[in-house]
Design a protein around this ligand. Structure first.
Ligand code: IPM
Ligand code: MG
Length: 353
């Protein structure tokens, strides 16, 4: 099992180090995991002048899975668009055809009080957002900024083909079948043709999943319903841009963006796994970041790409145990719990394992 590890920028190296210690435990217990480090994002721009260098591309293509920390930071903000660290991330998603982005938003009982919403609104919350990741306005052509009639005009194109919609819809229906069998498809069909097609194709796909209860919601309403009554959702499926926005919103329901992992999968379950939070330049290098989202991303990798549910369960159980024991990094700290730094949180997970 070859894993390409991209620690990235900011807190990336610190949190990935803890996830690697967790994988080391599994390796010592007999799992044949091979780790290949490479550069992505700002560190790759600094070292190779390219946020997704050729060497990284080769390793990522040859690997079975990719584990990523985070990319970006103020240091690279002034760079041209093609050199921005985010380009590295978009580049690897597209290059590896990682069209299915799974973003769970889960409220851990011990952390319900950390939510921006009242604990009783979010207690027990368990949503899965399935975001299409390689299409939509993110990649649509034409795009650009040009002068028309003496003034600058900026434009992008929202575009989805039915095959792109069908394959992400299938991922979402399959996920719903393994959960509570409710799927809400989010679009803006009252205004945008591309999302009228989205709705039509999702409805067609539903014929193959009679056991799943399908509903549809316009994205503005979905944004509201997520804070009004988030527990009405089981699985949400939506396009790239709406999914970007709604998954950030959903993460805040849990009160702990430092806790949420994600998976981006291709058609053969090869995947890139990363915490949903960013590179947090404000705390980088201080050893205080929360490594749990990255550790949970490693668990998702074992579950989805390698089919090792037991190993994944072992990690997830260990994370629940350290929360129950009261260990908290600064982002999830509350009075009465034990404040720990990145390394000590990793130590606690290893001990629990
Ligand atoms: C995300 C991020 C990225 C996105 C950025 C960094 C390009 O916001 O993974 O949600 O917009 O997809
Ligand atoms: Mg985002």
């Amino acid at each position: 099992m070859k894993i390409c590890v991209l620690a990235g920028d900011g807190i990336g190296p610190e949190i990935v180090a803890e996830a690697l210690r967790v994988l080391d435990v599994l390796r010592r217990d007999g799992l044949a995991l091979e780790i290949e480090p490479a550069l992505l994002g700002g560190c790759a721009v600094d070292a190779a002048g390219d946020p997704y260098p050729e060497a990284t591309r080769a390793l990522a293509r040859a690997a079975d899975a990719v584990l990523l920390g985070a990319v970006g930071g103020p240091k690279w903000d002034g760079l041209a668009r093609e050199l921005r660290p985010e380009r590295g991330l978009l580049g690897i998603r597209k290059d590896l055809d990682l069209f299915a982005n799974l973003r769970p938003a889960l409220v851990y009982p011990e952390l319900a009080g950390a939510s921006a919403l009242k604990a009783e609104v979010v207690a027990g919350l368990d949503i899965l957002i399935v975001r299409e990741l390689t299409g939509d306005i993110y990649f649509g052509q034409p795009r650009g900024i040009e002068v028309r009639n003496g003034e600058r005009v900026g434009y992008n194109t929202m575009v989805y083909s039915e095959s792109e919609i069908r394959r992400i819809a299938r991922v979402a229906f399959d996920a719903a079948m393994k959960r509570n069998r409710r799927l809400c498809s989010v679009d803006k069909m009252n205004v945008l043709e591309a999302t009228q097609l989205w709705r039509d194709v999702v409805i067609e796909t539903a014929a193959d999943y009679p056991a799943v209860e399908l509903s549809h919601m316009l994205v503005d309403n979905a944004a509201m319903q997520l804070v009004r009554n988030p527990r009405q959702f089981d699985v949400i499926v939506t396009g790239n841009m709406f999914g970007d926005i709604l998954s950030d919103e959903a993460s805040m329901l849990t009160g702990s963006i430092g806790m949420l992992p994600s998976a981006s999968l291709d058609a053969a379950n090869k995947g890139l796994y990363e915490p949903i939070h960013g590179s947090a330049p404000d705390i980088a290098g201080r050893g205080v970041a929360n490594p749990l989202a990255t550790i949970l991303s490693a668990a998702m990798m074992l579950r989805y790409t390698f089919g090792l549910a037991d190993a994944a369960d072992r990690i997830e159980k260990a994370v629940r145990q350290v929360l129950a024991q009261g260990y908290r990094t600064g982002d999830i700290y509350s009075p009465g719990t034990t404040r720990v730094d990145t390394r000590a949180m990793g130590d606690a997970v290893l001990a629990a394992m």
